[in-house]
Design a protein around this ligand. Structure first.
Ligand code: NAD
Length: 498
């Protein structure tokens, strides 16, 4: 019997008002139902917002280190449950255990970071231009935060949002992707066990078109934090932006790895295998474009194909597997369509390109690691986010051409260059149009204390991670305290030009 899951609203586990449900299945074995979840609607979101509103003032009145203590305890619980959570996540969304352990660890790191940050949250203190007056800043919560997350990092991404939102004193209404509602529910259970009071965290399961739309258009939600596709991000900016909410959007990518002829080719090879086929290519930071310097083009492709064809495809619970399934049938079909588009555009497929159905894999949504060479910048497979194990390889005449190719994208999340020439590495850091640049490392591997986000259509200028995320969930208040005992007028009483 599949496990039954519920929404968590105002401290109670409840069904959707409509009583409707949906099933969540294992993408590696479609026969396996992970759980049955409420298929919620606007009325459920409205109840969650009411609860969040009721709880917010009391939660915000706690000293920050007290809220931080609860988050630290959640980190301890997650450490205890790490292996079990990783297994659930692998069953729920398919990526291999090594990676789901990493995803849970990112959640733990984020919780412990917040535990420490609770005793910092530094503002700025600065001299005033007037005598007997001081100026400083403090940070206040926005109020209620609406969190909408994708399925590819079902623990890390919800933590990146929920943890800083809570630390600052916001209450939250959380809608996880409907492909990963079980991992999201476990996060909420951990928060409850750690001591988060009722109404502070509310989870509402369901589709983007019903639950998501109700969150982004609710007048009492002050900040929306969204991670997902650029198409939905743009829709959210339209609806929530018009209502003058704070909106943070972390969107798609088409991330390049450049390999110059002076690079350590073995290292670059390890990098691209991990960057392109890790998480079955379903990372916002996945390496989807490989830009090879002409002198090593043929040799590197030979090395790449030799290694990529040895990648073992299968159920991520098997520790010997390198690459799991893609998330669902719709996504599998979309990737297969892109493979056809690539062929029709004239790119040359040299590995993979098909659904993989050997043995047990016939029960799931698997695709072979796929490599196209001779990919030109005007092709759709060079430009559009495929979100699957498909790598497009392009030849660059020289360093300047490699940078030009890398920047020929509407996205700008991550980027990477492999070179042993310090000048080229530094120049690439300067010129690559991306929120993140790696040198001699693949395009993936974010750490929780550093800013994460991209330029161009990858987002709207915010950064998650570290102290930067606090700008999303906080409102900065500027404070002036005048202890002169008289009216002092800035810019008028002081003429610093004299
Ligand atoms: P998606 O945009 O389809 O869905 C993301 C979330 O938005 C889901 O919870 C979905 O239910 C919800 N949603 C859908 N329609 C909505 C609407 N109209 N209003 C409100 N919410 C709505 O993305 P996905 O398929 O879950 O994830 C893959 C995408 O996420 C890729 O484009 C990937 O690059 C991106 N991503 C970006 C980052 C980043 O940090 N930049 C990280 C991971 C994934």
């Amino acid at each position: 019997m599949a496990e039954r899951y519920y929404n968590y609203i105002d401290g109670e586990w409840v069904d959707a008002v409509s009583g409707e449900t949906f099933e969540n299945r294992n993408p590696a074995n479609w026969d396996e139902v992970i759980g049955v979840f409420p298929s919620s609607g606007k009325e459920d979101v409205y109840r969650a917002v009411e609860a969040a509103k009721k709880a917010q003032k009391e939660w915000a009145s706690l000293p920050v280190p007290e809220r931080a203590k609860i988050l630290g305890k959640a980190g301890d619980i997650m450490v205890e449950r790490k292996e079990e959570l990783a297994k659930l996540e692998t069953r729920e969304m398919g990526k291999i255990l090594k990676e789901t352990r990493g995803d849970v660890q990112e959640g733990i790191d984020t919780l412990y970071y917040a535990f420490g940050e609770g005793r910092r949250l530094f503002g700025v203190t600065t001299p005033s231009e007037l005598r007997d007056k001081i100026a400083y800043t403090i940070v206040k919560p926005v109020g209620i935060a609406g969190l909408i997350t994708p399925w590819n990092f079902p623990m890390a991404i919800p933590c990146w949002k929920m943890v800083p939102a809570l630390l600052l004193g916001n209450t939250v209404v959380f809608k996880p992707a409907s492909d990963t509602p079980a991992t999201a529910t476990e996060l909420v259970k951990i928060m409850i066990e750690a001591g988060v009071p009722k109404g502070v965290v509310n989870i509402v399961h369901g589709t983007g078109s019903r639950v998501g739309e109700a969150i982004i258009s609710h007048p009492d939600i002050g900040v929306i934090s969204f991670t997902g596709s650029s198409a939905i991000g743009s829709r959210i900016a339209e609806v929530a932006g018009k209502m003058l909410k704070k909106v943070s959007l972390e969107l798609g990518g088409k991330n390049p790895q450049i390999v110059m002829d002076d690079a350590d080719l073995e290292l670059a090879l390890e990098g691209v295998l991990w960057g392109a086929f890790g998480t079955t290519g379903q990372r916002c930071t996945a390496t989807s474009r490989l830009i090879l310097h002409e002198p090593i083009y043929d040799k590197f492709i030979e090395m790449l194909v030799e290694r990529a064809k040895q990648l073992k495809i299968g159920n991520g619970l098997d520790e010997s597997v390198d690459m799991g399934p893609v998330i669902n049938e719709g996504q599998m079909n979309k990737i297969l369509e892109y493979i056809e588009i690539g062929k029709n555009e004239g790119a040359k497929p040299i590995l993979g390109g098909k659904r993989y159905t050997e043995g047990e894999c016939s029960k799931g949504w698997f695709i072979e690691p796929t490599i196209f060479i001779d990919v030109q910048p005007e092709m759709r497979i060079f430009q559009e986010e495929i979100f699957g194990p498909v790598l497009s390889v392009t030849k660059a005449k020289d360093f300047d051409h490699a940078i030009e190719l890398a920047n020929n994208s509407t996205y700008g999340l991550s980027s990477s260059i492999y070179t042993t020439d310090l000048r080229k590495a530094m120049k690439a850091i300067e010129l690559l149009e991306a929120g993140i640049t790696y040198v001699n490392a693949p395009t993936i591997g974010a750490e929780c204390h550093l800013p994460f986000g991209g330029v161009k259509n990858t987002g709207n200028g915010h950064r998650e991670g570290g102290k930067w995320v606090y700008e999303i969930f906080g409102e900065i208040k500027t404070v002036y305290v005048d202890y002169s005992g008289k009216l002092q007028k800035a810019q008028i009483d002081t003429d610093l030009n004299k």
